[in-house]
Design a binder for this molecule. Structure first.
Ligand code: DX5
Ligand code: ZN
Length: 201
């Protein structure tokens, strides 16, 4: 049985007791940290200051998911504060290759995320450089949404692309991951499962 990594999303945590919420997920593999700018997605979450608080309050690596229009300007704010993984949206960045290498040169792992409507084929020339691909299985912007069923096909296609390329790129899944969808996603090829509402609520 393959080892699947779990990344609870603090978006669904109770912020009135953030420290104890972080303690409650100490056995997970990563903290998933959703940054929303109210422009790339129709919601605003939190920024670098709360990130620093999470960083000092937990020993887990933090996986920063940038849902912002200008990721090359925002990524450094999290890299400077010790982000372990920085993932930006393909749809938001023209110079993906440059940003991947900016992230890696800072010592973090680099990921690209795809919205449900973006095919995995856009990653063909980037896959060798990527540590992680984040497949959105809901439209980004909110926790607790319904899983979009046809994204499973994308996960299978991406699994094949990575296996054919012979890279160690991880497939991370974000949105609507719970008891019923998780095993199907792992079977399709997922390595990392993000979960917000299912873990915290
Ligand atoms: C949505 C975020 C997710 C969100 C997932 O845009 O990227 O990380 O927290 O929440 P659930 O697991 O509740 O779908
Ligand atoms: Zn996310």
């Amino acid at each position: 049985m393959k080892n699947v990594l779990i990344a609870p999303s603090v978006l669904s945590a109770d912020f009135s007791c953030l420290k104890s919420e972080l303690d409650s997920i100490a056995s997970a593999n990563y903290i998933h940290y959703d940054v929303m700018d109210g422009h790339f997605v129709p919601n605003i979450s939190f920024g670098p200051e709360i990130f620093s608080y999470c960083k000092k309050s937990s020993d887990l690596p933090i996986d920063v998911h940038l849902m912002v229009t200008n990721p090359s300007e925002i990524a450094p704010l999290f890299l400077q504060r010790g982000a372990d993984i920085v993932t930006f949206h393909y749809e938001a960045e023209v110079h993906s290759h440059r940003l991947i290498h900016l992230i890696k040169d800072s010592g973090a792992k680099a990921g690209i995320s795809l919205c449900p409507g973006t095919p995995v084929s856009v990653l063909e020339n980037l896959i060798d450089d990527l540590d992680l691909v984040l497949i959105m299985t809901v439209n980004p912007g909110f926790g607790g949404q319904k899983f979009i069923e046809n994204t499973i096909r994308k996960v299978k296609r991406l699994r094949k692309m990575i296996d054919d390329a012979g890279t160690h790129t991880l497939i991370e899944i974000d949105g609507g991951v719970q008891g019923e969808t998780a095993p199907r996603l792992v079977k399709a090829g997922a390595d990392v499962l993000v979960s917000g509402s299912y873990v915290f609520k």
